[in-house]
Ligand binder design. Structure first.
Ligand SMILES: NC(=O)c1ccc[n+]([C@@H]2O[C@H](COP(=O)([O-])OP(=O)(O)OC[C@H]3O[C@@H](n4cnc5c(N)ncnc54)[C@H](O)[C@@H]3O)[C@@H](O)[C@H]2O)c1
Length: 252
């Protein structure tokens, strides 16, 4: 496989990684990037077919599950772990002003974007602690730092992910385990296209306009940051939130 800038081929050799939501968009780019670095990657996703196809492409493992299911996540980690790298990337979004949203929608947004991170971390962390090594990278959002017009509960969930990650970093700092957040801005994926379908072209213009770069990001640009934080070289970086957002959250 060709060398990948910033993640020399072989740097992740011998490492096992679990990537949630790895079948699509940013997650799929993360899977490809970690696999290119030499890791064996388990792709945990609701989309069985897409996960299987990608697992075949990268020589990884497809695990069909709903990350909100505590028992299913625990069973998957028992079957396919222990993992040196955990990337919590699965997420869902909704574009609507808060007063037009319902408690049923809030619960699903919180379950997938926040509680699922508890499920996987609870299942994976004991193995990392026993090994004295681990890299946890949680894909949050600039919305979790800045708030979001039309995404209040999503932003609350992502803000929760940032606080949770920093807490895990504090609890495990001296155990060889790092926990960091990557906070994307608008990235061109199916999830963003779905938001644009709900919010219209004006939303797309507002999203790109909010970046200093004046454009959407790519899944590969997020994956590069995740791969760095998942690497052994990033061992002295923990409890951080790194924006990959064309400068949208500069200074946050
Ligand atoms: N695209 C953006 O602009 C953007 C911006 C900021 C943050 N993010 C975050 O990046 C992450 C990836 O988003 P994306 O844009 O690639 O989205 P996407 O919709 O392309 O991919 C998300 C993946 O998560 C999976 N998934 C959703 N719910 C799941 C569940 N309950 N169990 C298992 N798998 C589940 C989906 O099947 C899909 O494969 C999300 O956490 C999202 O909130 C995206």
């Amino acid at each position: 496989m060709a060398a990948v800038a910033g993640s020399p081929t072989g740097e992740l050799q011998g490492r096992r990684a679990l990537v949630t939501g790895g079948a699509s968009g940013i997650g799929a780019a993360i899977v490809r990037r970690l696999a290119a670095g030499g890791a064996v990657v388990a792709i945990a996703d609701l989309q069985a077919e897409a996960a299987r196809a990608l697992a075949q492409e990268v020589g990884g493992i497809a695990v069909t599950l709903d990350v909100t299911d505590f028992d299913a996540v625990a069973a998957a980690v028992t079957d396919h772990g222990p993992f040196h790298i955990l990337v919590n990337n699965a997420g869902i979004d909704q574009h609507a002003f808060f007063t037009r949203t319902t408690p049923v929608e809030w619960r699903r947004l919180l379950a997938v974007n926040l509680e699922a991170v508890f499920n996987t971390t609870h299942a994976v962390l004991p193995g990392m602690q026993a090994a004295g090594y681990g890299r946890i990278v949680n894909v949050a959002s600039e919305a979790g730092r800045l708030g979001s017009r039309g995404g209040a509960v999503y932003a609350a969930a992502k803000g929760g992910v940032i606080a949770f990650t920093r807490s895990i970093a504090r609890e495990n700092g001296a155990k060889g385990i790092t926990a960091n957040v990557v906070a994307p801005g608008p990235i061109d994926t199916p999830l963003l296209r779905q938001a644009v379908a709900q919010g219209g072209e004006k939303l797309l213009a507002a999203m790109t306009g909010a970046t200093l770069a004046g454009r959407l990001g790519t899944p590969e640009e997020v994956a590069a940051a995740v791969a760095f934080l998942a690497s052994e070289s990033a061992g002295f970086i923990t409890g951080e939130a790194l924006g990959v957002s064309g400068g949208m959250g500069a200074g946050a």
